[in-house]
Design a binder for this molecule. Structure first.
Ligand SMILES: [Zn+2]
Length: 472
C-alpha cells in the first residue's frame, strides 16, 4: 500500500480491519426462534439455508475461509509497514531535512506541502513488494485475478499517478486549512476531508472509473427491461443499464447505481451477467438500487463525519504528545515535516476504529439487502449471489468475527434472510409455494474452483477500495 493511502482524506474511506480467525459458529438456532411464530411456514428457513451452504464442497469452504481470514492479517500488516517507514523517515532526520530544503528552495508554504507529499509518496515505493504480493500474487493464488503482470502493473502505475496528482491537491488544501485554523484544525480539517471525499466519490464514477474499465450499454433483453422497470418503480431516474468489463481484471461480480441529478446510471460487471442467473442479477441490482433509494451516500457521509471528527481530535492530542519539544524537528501540526507522524497517527486510530467502520458499513448493507429482497423478489437469486461472494468472503464467521471484520453481512446471514423472506411470502401466498433450498442439482458457478488455485494456501484478501465499495 502506498503511503499516501493513509492520508487524512483516505482515512474517510479506508476500511481497515485486523485479525484472528475463529471456527464457524452455528448461529442458526438463535435466529430460528424468531422465524417460527405466527404462521406455519412451508419450509424451515434454517434447513433451507443449510442446503444452500451445502452446495459448497469442503475445498471451496476451506479456500474461502483461508482467503478471507488472511485478509484480517493483511489489514494489520499494511499499516504496520507504513508506521515503520514513517518512523524511519522521522528518526533518520529525512523529514526535517526535506522540509527545510523545500522551505529554502520553493519557499511558498503551499509548494512546500506538495513537495513534501511527493517526497513521502515516493518513499512509499519501497512497499511495492508488499503491494505486489497482496494485489497480484495472492489474487492469482486464489484464482481471483485474471490479469497478467503487465496489465496489473500498468494499472498499478495509473493508480499511483492518480494518487500523486489528486492526493497532492487534497493534501495541500487540507494543510492550508490546518495552517489557517491552527489549534482547532481537527474541526475544520474534518469538514475539508469530508467535503473533498464527497466530491471525489461523486466524480470518481464519471472520471476515474472509465480509466480502468470500459462501459457500454447493455443489449436489449427481457432482463434489461426488468432491471429498468425495477429501478423506475423505486424512483431511480435511469432508463438504461451499462455493462463494464471487470473481467479484464478479475472474476468478481459487482454492480452499482451511481451519480446524482442528471448523471444517475446503473452499471454492472460483465461477470455478473455471465456467472449468475437472471434472478441473481436482479437480486444484486435490487440491492444496489436500495443503496441509491435509501440515500446511503448521505447517511454514510454523516456517520463517517462523526467518526472522523473524533479521530482527528484524538490525532491532534496524540500528535502533540509524540512531537512535544520539537521531536524529529516537528514544529507544529501544520509543519509538513510532521506529515509522516500525522498520517501514521490517523492511520493508527482508523485501524483501532475498524469495528466501528465495519459496523457503520454493514448496517447500510443490511438495509440494502432487505430493500433488494423486496424490490427484486428473488430470494433464490439472492442466495446464489451470496454464495458466489464466498470466493472472497467467508460464509460462516463467529458473531464476534462478523462484528469486528465484516463490512457486509456474512453469506450465512444473507442466505438465511432470503430464506426467511421466501418462507413467509410463500405462507402469505404472494409467491408460488415450492421448496426452500436450491433447485435440485444446482451448484454455484465458482470460477476459482474451475481454474484451480492452491487450496492449501494459508493466507487471504486485499480489500481494494474499488472492490469493496462496488461489491454487493
Ligand atoms: Zn452494498
Amino acid at each position: 500500500m502506498r503511503l499516501s493511502g493513509w492520508c487524512a482524506l483516505a482515512a474517510l474511506t479506508a476500511l481497515a480491519g485486523p485479525a484472528f480467525a475463529q471456527t464457524a459458529a452455528e448461529h442458526a438456532p438463535a435466529a430460528a426462534a424468531a422465524t417460527h411464530t405466527a404462521t406455519a411456514l412451508p419450509f424451515d428457513p434454517d434447513v433451507a439455508t443449510r442446503e444452500w451452504l451445502n452446495t459448497m464442497d469442503p475445498a471451496a469452504v476451506r479456500r474461502s475461509n483461508s482467503y478471507f481470514e488472511g485478509g484480517y492479517w493483511i489489514q494489520f500488516v499494511g499499516p504496520i509497514i507504513g508506521f515503520i517507514i514513517a518512523f524511519l523517515v522521522l528518526q533518520l532526520g529525512w523529514a526535517r531535512g526535506v522540509r527545510s530544503w523545500l522551505e529554502k528552495t520553493v519557499k511558498l508554504y503551499f509548494l512546500v506541502v506538495i513537495g513534501f507529499f511527493l517526497f513521502y509518496t515516493l518513499v512509499g515505493v519501497v512497499t511495492f513488494p508488499w503491494d505486489y504480493w497482496v494485489g497480484f500474487v495472492r489474487e492469482h493464488d486464489y484464482g481471483l485475478s485474471r490479469q497478467d503482470f503487465s496489465h496489473w502493473f500498468t494499472e498499478y502505475l495509473q493508480g499511483f499517478g492518480l494518487n500523486l496528482a489528486i492526493g497532492s491537491i487534497g493534501i495541500a488544501i487540507l494543510y492550508f486549512v490546518i495552517w489557517l485554523a491552527k489549534k482547532s484544525w481537527w474541526i475544520w480539517g474534518t469538514i475539508v476531508a469530508v467535503v473533498l471525499s464527497a466530491v471525489a466519490s461523486m466524480l470518481a464514477p464519471v472520471y476515474i472509473a472509465p480509466i480502468f474499465n470500459s462501459y457500454h450499454e447493455m443489449a436489449d433483453s427481457p432482463l434489461k427491461t426488468s432491471i429498468v422497470e425495477m429501478a423506475q418503480a423505486n424512483g431511480v431516474p435511469a432508463d438504461n443499464v451499462y455493462v463494464f468489463d471487470v473481467s479484464r481484471q478479475s472474476n468478481r461480480v459487482t454492480a452499482n447505481v451511481s451519480g446524482f441529478a442528471g448523471t444517475t446510471r446503473i452499471s454492472m460487471a460483465d461477470n455478473l451477467i455471465h456467472r449468475e442467473t437472471p434472478g441473481g442479477v436482479r437480486a444484486v441490482l435490487g440491492h444496489e438500487i436500495g443503496h441509491y433509494v435509501l440515500n446511503h451516500n448521505v447517511s454514510l457521509l454523516v456517520m463517517f463525519t462523526l467518526l472522523i471528527v473524533v479521530v482527528f481530535a484524538l490525532a491532534n492530542w496524540l500528535f502533540n504528545k509524540l512531537s512535544a519539544g520539537e521531536r524529529w524537528g516537528i514544529r507544529n501540526v501544520w509543519d509538513p515535516a510532521g506529515m509522516p507522524l500525522l498520517f501514521s497517527v490517523i492511520a493508527f486510530l482508523m485501524l483501532v476504529a475498524t469495528p466501528i467502520q465495519n459496523n457503520i458499513t454493514r448496517f447500510h448493507e443490511h438495509q440494502a439487502d432487505m430493500f433488494g429482497l423486496n424490490a427484486a423478489r428473488e430470494p433464490d437469486g439472492f442466495a446464489e449471489s451470496a454464495l458466489l461472494l464466498s470466493e472472497y468472503r467467508k460464509m460462516e464467521p463467529s458473531p464476534l468475527e462478523e462484528w469486528f471484520f465484516y463490512d457486509h453481512p456474512s453469506g450465512y446471514d444473507r442466505i438465511h434472510m432470503a430464506m426467511v423472506w421466501k418462507a413467509h411470502h410463500m405462507a402469505l401466498g404472494d409467491i408460488p409455494v415450492g421448496r426452500g433450498g436450491p433447485p435440485p442439482g444446482w451448484h454455484p458457478d465458482f470460477v476459482v474452483m474451475q481454474h484451480g488455485a492452491n487450496a492449501s494456501a494459508t493466507t487471504a484478501p486485499q480489500r481494494s477500495t474499488a472492490a469493496s465499495h462496488g461489491a454487493p
